[in-house]
Design a protein around this ligand. Structure first.
Ligand SMILES: [Zn+2]
Length: 98
């Protein structure tokens, strides 16, 4: 009946009423979104003017693959740095060592 009467996140389609809130488009229209997409919209550089724009804007941010690759690279670099540091530390003195 009154389950999801227009109450879904316009970006991801979430229907859980506990997650749903609303966000205002730059044109003044208020659309239903889930909490995380409301937050993402608030954090966006510029508010979307239409639902389509909102989807495009927030849809791009939903893909964390790039970040993952970066942090992998960083983790690898850190690992190398630490293992190298450790090796040289074994032979001689290190800063902070007594
Ligand atoms: Zn959503």
């Amino acid at each position: 009946m009154s389950k999801t009467d227009g109450k879904t996140c316009v970006v991801c389609g979430a229907v859980d009423a506990r997650l749903l809130t609303a966000t205002r488009l730059s044109g003044g229209a208020v659309v239903t979104v889930c909490g995380s997409h409301e937050l993402a919209h608030l954090r966006a550089d510029a508010p979307a003017a239409t639902v389509e724009e909102l989807r495009a804007l927030l849809g791009e941010r939903r893909v964390p693959l790039e970040r993952r690759g970066v942090s992998d690279e960083l983790a690898g670099a850190l690992h190398l740095a630490f293992s190298g540091d450790r090796r040289s530390g074994q032979g001689g003195r290190r800063l902070g060592g007594a």
